[in-house]
Design a protein around this ligand. Structure first.
Ligand code: SF4
Length: 150
């Protein structure tokens, strides 16, 4: 997936190895480019055309498939992404909730649960995109930081 805005390459520490950081939860991790993707990784063409991409994302040479060139060492939020549409963080940047499935909030934070029930759960919108945007706005007005995965 393309989380370009959220993955930062801090510095190279060896051949195909980079100190990296997740902007979402602050995780610092060593990204190691998989051997099979080493030459694909070195091709910077797509990245030059799409500076918003994650620095480890590449398009396969044949076909339109995209690959994570650091799949085994990708950060935690990428590993958890599949089931999430939205992460909800408190003012300090700690994740306090996650929205999975169609619109199911997973949280152990009673304050967030009340906020969700009062301001988001019954929200109606013309289409999915508008619903997620408005849900995000309402949560941000309540003091949360929101990351919506497209
Ligand atoms: S590290 Fe891999 S999975 Fe995570 S955003 Fe980058 S390319 Fe996608």
């Amino acid at each position: 997936m393309n989380f370009g805005r959220y993955v930062v390459q801090e510095r190279q520490i060896g051949e195909g190895r980079f100190f990296s950081r997740s902007r979402i939860d602050g995780e610092v991790f060593v990204a190691t480019v998989e051997g099979a993707y080493a030459s694909l990784y070195r091709e910077q063409k797509d990245l030059a055309r799409h500076p918003e991409w994650c620095p480890f994302l590449r398009r396969e040479r044949e076909g339109a498939a995209y690959v994570c060139t650091i799949y085994s060492s990708r950060p935690k939020f990428c590993r958890l992404f599949k089931c999430a549409r939205m992460d909800i963080l408190d003012a300090s940047g700690n994740r306090v909730g996650r929205v999975v499935g169609r619109r199911d909030l997973v949280t152990s934070d009673a304050t967030l649960r009340s906020c969700w029930d009062a301001q988001v759960r019954a929200l109606e919108a013309d289409d999915e995109e508008s619903w997620w945007k408005e849900a995000g706005r309402r949560l941000e007005r309540a003091g949360y930081k929101v990351v919506i995965y497209e």
